[in-house]
Every structure is written in C-alpha cells, then in structure tokens.
Design a protein around this ligand. Structure first.
Ligand code: SF4
Length: 334
C-alpha cells in the first residue's frame, strides 16, 4: 500500500518567543491554513533523536525559531574561501527544500524539517561587528540551505543584498541551485554581492538532485543575472565519478559556454565529492540502495572523497575544459 503524505508546510512548529517577529507574521499569512503547534525550543523538535530523515523529506514542516548566539561562524575548511580574508558564514535557515542525494545536511541534521530563524537583526549586527573589527568580511549566507530557493517564502536574500549595498567592506556570496533570480531581479546589482550557481550535468540533476531546477533553467537564471549586471560565480561541485564522467563533464562545460559569455563570469569554483566521514556514514544508513553514497571513497582526516590521483584527474579535466573557452578565467579547485 502506498503511504499518503501531507503537503509540505502543513504544520508550523513555532517557538513561543518567535510568534511576534515580523518574519513569523509573514509566514503565518503565507501559510494561513497550516496547523500551528506551539513549542518552547526548536531543538526539542529539530534535534530529537530517532527521526526518519527520508520519511520527513516527503512532507516537510516549518519550524520558526529565535536563534541564540552564535549568529556567525568562521568558514569551514570543506568550503573554499576564494582567497578572501575574514571568511564567515551564517545560517538563517537550516535545511533545504531540495533533496540532493549527496547533500551533507542529511548527515548533519536529525530532521529534514526546515528551521527558519525569525530574529534577523542579530545576524546583521554580528556581520557588522566583524566587518568593523577586522576591516572587512567575506560572508556566505546560503550554506546550510538554498536561500534563493526560499526567497518567495521569506525574502532573506533581499534583506542581505540591501544590507550589502552601503557596506563596500563586505562581500556576500549567495549560492543556489534555484532558477529563482526573478525574485530579486528588481534590485540594483551591487558590486559586492556574488550570485553563485551550482551546476551539474543534466543527467546528474535528474538522477541525484531531486526537486531542483534543471540545468537549462539554472543557466538561464544565471545568464539573466549577468545581463542585468550581477557578478556571477559558476560552481561545478560536486563533480561525481559517474560513468563516462569525462565526456559528461566536458558536455556540461560546453553547455555552460553555450549559454553564457566566457568573459562575463566572475570566477569558477570546481570541486569533487567530499564529505565529513560521520555525515556520510549516517547518509549510508538512511540511503541503503544509493550507489553514490556507498561508493568506496578514500578517507583522509575524517573526510571521505576520491583517491588523490582520481581527484586530481577530475579537477584537471574540468579546469582545462573551462580554460579552453575562457583562458583568463579564475578557476578555484577544491
Ligand atoms: S541544493 Fe544544496 S543544500 Fe539543498 S539539498 Fe541540494 S546540496 Fe543540499
């Protein structure tokens, strides 16, 4: 018998302290038919042990919460800093509306439900504090989620872009797999905001990136942003060692440069699959039949990835293909 599931966001779990925040009010209006469940602390729902991540993904609930310190974190060594000093990230939303098979969030969190922190001001204050103390900040605001994919529900990208406008000592990165550029297309393009699209071959999108927009849609959104003067970073990450990977990733690069002008891209970021070993172990337990998750990766320093020679080969191949179109491009490899 097939199970039936409630639609996404049928329930809002709401911390009592979160109720009066404007962002919470906005979500109450947006999901006016949702059942509201009052809670004291989001962690009692989100961090509860023994939750079935894969089951929850079929019917995701929203949890509205008030974040306590810290509001900003030093950049992770799994993530590139693009040679920028004072690399930090924050997480105003935890979890994602997409469902990529390789997503580390399913190893990091016990729950697939989505937490939205509604007390936004301390996040901005924390970024300002670092900016003033250290003279600059490179801030990634879309790391443990896809913030632009969520923009029609809660416009946090807009708020960050507006924050950045008169802070030339701040550099923002908004990373996404969405095609939702139109949600912010009316804003002027600040020179200190980078929109970073993660791109995968069409067949990888279909097979491993459930619910995400297809490659062509992401490329069209990226090109739209470029045409309107935005700085755009293109990321091919993770590169997967799938069958015929050389031909598949060559074709991806060809398709990218068929859609965007080579010199119009700010930079490129490429990386092979890599993940904290503990997270991967958890994913393997919940995705017993996933060939991707059960690949015999090499483990070094608690990180699971391809063997060093394979990794180098993959990065070299993709980098050279990019440089064949854009010889002067900055290509960061991870
Ligand atoms: S888009 Fe990113 S954050 Fe969202 S499920 Fe995929 S890998 Fe995870």
């Amino acid at each position: 018998m097939t199970a039936t599931y409630l639609p996404n966001f049928s329930h809002l779990y709401v911390e009592r302290a979160a109720r009066t925040h404007p962002a919470a009010q906005r979500l109450f209006e947006r999901f006016s038919r949702a059942r509201i469940v009052a809670i004291d602390d989001y962690r009692s729902v989100f961090n509860r042990r023994g939750q079935a991540f894969r089951e929850q993904k079929r019917s995701v609930k929203l949890i509205l919460a008030v974040k306590q310190e810290p509001f900003i974190y030093p950049g992770s060594h799994y993530a590139p800093d693009f040679d920028q000093p004072n690399f930090c990230y924050n997480a105003m939303i935890l979890n994602c509306i997409y469902d990529c098979e390789y997503c580390y969030l399913q190893g990091m969190y016990s729950s697939a439900n989505i937490v939205v922190f509604v007390n936004t001001k301390p996040f901005f204050d924390a970024a300002d504090k670092i900016r003033k103390e250290r003279g600059s900040i490179y801030l990634c605001v879309s790391y443990d989620t896809d913030l632009l994919a969520f923009e029609n529900i809660i416009p946090y990208c807009r708020e960050w872009i507006e924050w950045a406008v008169d802070r030339p000592d701040a550099l923002l990165e908004i990373r996404t797999k969405s095609a939702n550029f139109r949600a912010i297309a009316d804003l002027p393009a600040p020179s200190n905001v980078i929109l970073a699209w993660t791109l995968s071959p069409h067949d990888v999108c279909l097979a491993h990136e459930q619910r995400t927009p297809r490659l062509a849609a992401r490329l069209a959104a990226a090109n739209d942003a470029i045409q309107r003067g935005w700085r755009v970073r293109l990321c091919i990450d993770p590169i997967l060692q799938i069958r015929d990977w050389r031909a598949v990733y060559s074709a991806l690069v060809d398709q990218i440069f068929g859609a965007v002008a080579a010199e119009s891209v700010d930079d490129f970021s490429i990386g092979v699959f890599r993940m904290n070993q503990d997270y991967l172990d958890r994913i393997r337990r919940s995705r017993e039949t996933s060939v991707l998750a059960h690949y015999p990766f090499a483990n070094t320093k608690k990180m699971s990835t391809y063997a060093a020679d394979v990794r180098e080969d993959m990065l070299d191949h993709v980098k050279h293909r990019i440089l064949s179109y854009a010889p002067a491009a900055r290509v960061y490899c991870h």
